[in-house]
Design a protein around this ligand. Structure first.
Ligand code: UDP
Ligand code: MN
Length: 310
């Protein structure tokens, strides 16, 4: 027994000594990781609100259009998205609530976000609105809200405002790289989107720098089989087509085509993300939270404090 304990201790001692020696050897070695400066030191970037960043008048502005609606995890989605957007310079968030009035919850979140933003609202007409029991593909979502943002851009921007418009739903996952890719869009830039259309990714197929088709399995006859997160439109192109809108009555899957068809043809598309070989945006979805216990406590008069924003 004593012999066994000694063996265990010996093995432990040898393994830790080797680990310690390896760690000591690594100190002072050059690092091959990204995010180092010219001196090879890791840069510690401090995330600041845009209001704290120096204005860069030379960069075209990225107008990010996000439809959003009230549900228990809305603030979680908007917090995650807003903190991604904070990492992008020269960005203006147009957040459009699907509601009769702008809510205090969203207004507070925006005011504290550190972003440049515009807060709009428009309610989806009841006949077009999904019911809780409906599968979410039954009706298009966020259409009136995206169109409201297009109206706002038309009224408030002029051709001298260089920029690009991106329709970013509140539940997707965005790498900062996708914003870098879209900034200098001439007409419409495109890239693959992960986890959509029943595939690992859907995206344009590119040859010699031109889009020659699409990697897609679902309704491949769509004129532009591209997810909402897979393209950005230059502001000047939109302003030169002031009536261009998403069609609320478009067949399922044809919403993106309903706008793009008014603006460009396939030959105009500008492939980005290394000729559409990189996935830097994902069509993720959030599980609906279960709040059963909340109802039980409410019935007992001990429900959660409604003054606490969640
Ligand atoms: N949305 C909305 N009103 C609704 C349902 C959705 O404004 O009644 C917004 C939602 O917040 C999101 C976008 O529309 O930004 C797309 O909705 P969702 O993510 O549910 O659609 P899917 O991922 O199924 O395409
Ligand atoms: Mn979604």
């Amino acid at each position: 027994m004593r012999l066994r304990l000694r063996n265990i201790f010996l093995v432990y001692f040898v393994v830790s000594s080797v680990g310690l020696m390896y760690a000591l050897l690594q100190i002072g070695q050059p690092c091959d990781c990204k995010g180092t400066n010219a001196h090879g030191r890791i840069q510690h970037s401090v995330v600041k609100g845009h209001r704290d960043l120096p204005e860069d008048d030379h960069l075209p502005v990225i107008y990010v259009v996000t439809p959003t609606y009230a549900r228990p995890h809305q603030r979680a989605e908007l917090t995650r998205l807003s903190q991604t957007l904070l990492l992008i310079p020269s960005l203006h968030w147009i957040l459009v609530e699907d509601s009769a009035e702008r809510s205090k919850s969203v207004a507070d979140l925006l005011a504290q976000s550190g972003l440049h933003y515009t807060h709009l609202n428009v309610q989806t007409p009841p006949v077009m609105k999904l019911k809780d029991s409906d599968p979410n593909w039954l009706k298009p979502r966020g259409v009136e809200q995206r169109n409201e943002a297009l109206r706002w851009l038309k009224l408030n921007k002029s051709p001298k405002d260089f920029g690009v418009v991106y329709f970013a739903d509140d539940d997707n996952t965005y790498s900062v790289r996708i914003f870098q890719e879209m900034r200098y869009t001439q007409k419409v830039s495109v890239w693959p989107v992960g986890l959509v259309g029943g595939l690992r990714y859907e995206g344009p197929r590119v040859e010699k720098g031109h889009v020659i088709g699409f990697h897609t399995a679902w309704k491949p006859h769509r004129p532009f089989p591209i997810d909402m997160a897979g393209f950005a439109v230059s502001l000047s192109l939109l302003l030169s087509h002031p009536e261009a809108r998403f069609d609320p009555n478009a067949e399922r899957g044809f919403l993106e085509s309903s706008l793009l068809g008014q603006l460009v043809s396939i030959g105009d598309l500008e492939p980005r993300a290394h000729n559409c070989t990189k996935v830097w945006v994902w069509h993720t979805r959030t599980e609906k939270p279960k709040l059963k216990q909340e109802e039980i406590l409410e019935k007992q008069g001990r429900g959660s404090d409604l003054n606490i924003q969640v």
